[in-house]
Design a protein around this ligand. Sequence first.
Ligand code: UN1
Length: 494
Amino acid sequence: MGQLFKNYIGGKWVGARSGKTFSNLNPANTDDLVGRFPLSDSKDINLAVVAAKKAYASWNEVPLPERGDIIMRARDILIRDKQELAKHMTREMGKVLKETLGDVQEAIDMAGFIAGEGRRLYGETTPSELANKFCMTVRAPIGVCGLITPWNFPMAIPSWKVLPAILCGNTVVFKPAEDTPLSSIRMIQALERAGLPPGVVNLVCGYGETAGAALVDHPDVSLISFTGSCEVGREVASKCGQDLKRVSLEMGGKNAQIVMDDADLELAIEGAVWGAFGTTGQRCTATSRLIVHEKVVAKFTKMLVARAKKVSVGDGLKKNIEMGPIINEKQLKQVLNYIEIGKKEGAKLLCGGKRLDKGKFKKGFFVEPTVFTNVTPKMRIAQEEIFGPVVSIIKVKSLAEAIKVHNGTDYGLSSSIYTRDVNQAFQALTKMEAGLTYVNGPTIGAEVHLPFGGVKNTGNGHREGGKTVVDIFTEWRAIFFDYSGKLQKAQIDD
Ligand code: UN1
């Protein structure tokens, strides 16, 4: 039957009110049942919001450094349990153990980084235009935050949201992706063991259409932070717009690596393979376009195909596996569908392109690392987010053309250029429309203490990570302190 897991509401582990559950299967082997989880709906969300609302006032009385200390203790637990947490994560969503260890590490990094904010969260003082008057700004929490996270970074992305939200004094209702509830539960257990008071974080498992939608719709939720597809992000944003809720969105990407004719090709290939096939291409930062100078494109393509053919695919828990399965059947179909679209559009399939479903692959959602060439910038495979191990090579004649192609999509998350020429590198990094730019590095691998997010349709202007994350989870208050003992009127002539 598989282990039965629960929601965490008001400091208690409870099933869904309906008593219903859903199963979560290992995408590398669907005979392996990871567990059963509460199939929650608006009733469970409502209970969680009530608990979060109740906890809000007392949580705000806890001094910020103390809130930081709780997060630090949770960090210690994550460090202690890192190996085991990563193993469960690989079972739950398929990426290889080295990468799930990295995912847990990213949550550990975020905990360390944001706990320190407990002794900062600086405001400003500024002169007043009037005598005997003092002005300052302070950051204030927003209220109950609804956090909706994806499956591709089951602990890292929740850590980017949950930890800063509570550090800043908000309380939380957290709805993790239905494909990865277990890792989220493990992260919340670490906070519980670290002494987080009941109701500060509430976790509700379930599907986006029901539990997620109820969270977005709930009148007592003041802010939604969502990471996922543009399609759902639009819906979330419009609902939040109607209700005048704060909303922070982190959505798709169509990230490109530019390879100039003077690039270190070996290095560029290693970057491309890691960027395109790491996490089975299922990162919003994944490299899905390789924009390559015509002088080196033939050589680069040959080297890339040779390397792509060698990528070892399999169960991410096994030794020497470089690429795990796709998360689920629906996504697998989407990836295979895009491969067909690419072929029909006239792109040339150089390697991969097929589902692996024989022998050791029989019970999983595996697909071959896939490389297309002869791709033109307007093709759908060069425009739409595939979220799988499929990469398209686009040939260009110059840096100017490379940048134009780079910028010619609706997205703008991550970008990269390989060149040894500092002038070209600087030109590119000032002109590429993206939230993240790497010079001589792949499009993946952002660090938590820098702002994370994208321009254009990738987001709505917010940045997770970095100092900037507290801008999402706080609002500024301006304070005017008049100690003159008389009525002083700003802007009014004497
Ligand atoms: C994501 O792809 O959704 O920069 C997040 C990276 C990781 C985070 C990716 N640190 O690739």
